[in-house]
Design a protein around this ligand. Structure first.
Ligand code: NAD
Ligand code: IPM
Ligand code: MN
Length: 366
């Protein structure tokens, strides 16, 4: 939740840090550098406490979300998180998998609203596999419901012959996520596109009804409904048509990975999940086992998540702007991690170099 910040007051904020697995610890380290640099400029400080989650926690404690981690997250101002998961833990039963730790953290913090902004950097227009004229200027927000839907619905299970899950949404759950989307749209382009599968699924029919009734409270906002299959296509055909997209847990997961490529790489997309207290700030991507340990992951998604942390949980818009501007500047100067280096191989740098560069740019700015 947003807090009001009194200017001139020096404060120390407690941040729970969860590196996780794969590239998680590598990218979180770089995000901390950016946070510290921005905090120094803005006259506040951050105290970090590190916690285990996911595969690292399973190896150490036998469970994907140790109690100490949930407690630490609850008591902190905000959680900065990298990523979890990896092939090592893929054959464990669901309740012991790394992913279950993350789902339990989101649920435990009541972080039901996952904001995933997709903003195309001018400097990276050429890095997208889509044509420049399609992606230039894209600025959309995916509001993904995060603690319900098919991820959590009962019954679920498996036996020898089959497996089953339940996609269920209560009116209460739909109403609260729809309100987040309409409020966000009021601060943006005043357009909401609600994405569902109401031509087939009862859960989507209820979704559509509730979103429509919430829209009545926002007469200035234009509401459109779109089927998820069409939305997947429209995101590639003409992404600029979207302002704010609101959708359920599974559809939002899939569409946001798809949308990340509009801007050139999944390594660029941050997220903020509103929690009971501070919230969880994490890149939308995973632990990238294929590049883990190589030092080449793009830290920008996590660095921009740190910016969202400053804005949403600390009420420090100034620090957020410093981080965002520095990331933008690093790209404008031509520096690229390998995932976005298609046309700028001469200034290719690694994870640590990108993190250092961004922190340095923050420190050197007035
Ligand atoms: P992924 O997002 O980890 O990786 C997909 C592809 O994108 C890979 O080729 C990877 O190298 C690349 N990529 C991802 N982040 C990158 C970055 N910052 N810089 C450069 N390239 C990047 O998805 P996946 O491979 O399907 O899943 C791997 C593991 O991560 C699985 O265990 C999965 O469950 C987990 N996962 C975790 C989260 C999370 O912690 N929030 C999210 C998604 C997947
Ligand atoms: C994400 C991930 C997670 C999700 C997994 C790892 C549980 O894909 O954060 O997008 O599906 O929410
Ligand atoms: Mn995902």
């Amino acid at each position: 939740m947003k807090q009001i910040h009194e200017y001139g007051k020096s404060e120390a904020y407690n941040i729970a840090v969860i590196g996780g697995d794969g590239i998680g610890p590598e990218i979180v380290r770089e995000a901390r550098k950016a946070l510290d640099a921005a905090a120094a400029k803005e006259g506040f400080s951050l105290k970090y406490a590190e916690y285990l989650m996911g595969g690292a926690a399973i190896d150490e404690t036998g469970e994907p979300l140790p109690k100490a981690t949930l407690e630490g997250a609850r008591n902190a101002e905000a959680v900065l998180f990298g990523a979890i998961g990896g092939t090592k833990w893929d054959n464990l039963p669901r309740n012991l998998r790394p992913e279950t730790g993350l789902l339990a953290l989101r649920k435990g913090l009541d972080a039901f609203a996952n904001l995933r902004p997709v903003k195309v950097f001018d400097a990276l227009v050429e890095a997208s596999p889509l044509k420049s004229e399609v992606v230039r200027g894209v600025d959309l927000l995916v509001v993904r419901e995060l603690t319900g839907g098919i991820y959590f619905g009962q019954p679920r299970g498996r036996d020898d012959q089959s497996g089953w899950n339940t996609m269920i949404y209560s009116r209460f759950e739909i109403e609260r996520i729809a309100k987040v989307a309409f409020e966000a749209a009021m601060r943006r382009g005043k357009k909401v596109c609600s994405v569902d599968k109401a031509n087939v699924l009862e859960v989507s029919q209820v979704w559509r009804e509730v979103v429509t009734s919430v829209a009545a409270g926002y007469p200035e906002v234009e509401l459109e409904h779109m089927y998820v299959d069409n939305a997947a296509m429209q995101l590639i055909r003409n992404p600029r048509q979207f302002d704010t997209i609101v959708t359920g847990n599974l559809f939002g997961d899939i569409l946001s990975d798809e949308a990340s490529m509009i801007g050139g790489s999944i390594g660029l997309l941050p997220s903020a999940s509103q929690g009971a207290k501070g919230g969880i700030f994490e890149p939308i991507h995973g632990s990238a086992p294929d590049i883990a340990g190589k030092g080449i992951a793009n830290p920008i998604a996590t660095i921009l998540s740190a910016a969202m942390l400053c804005e949403y949980s600390l009420g420090r818009r100034g620090a957020a702007a410093r981080i965002e501007n520095a990331a933008k500047k690093a790209l404008e100067l031509g520096y690229r991690t390998p995932d976005i280096a298609r046309f700028n191989a001469d200034k290719q740098i690694n994870t640590v170099e990108m993190g250092d560069l961004i922190a340095d740019l923050i420190a050197r700015e007035d």
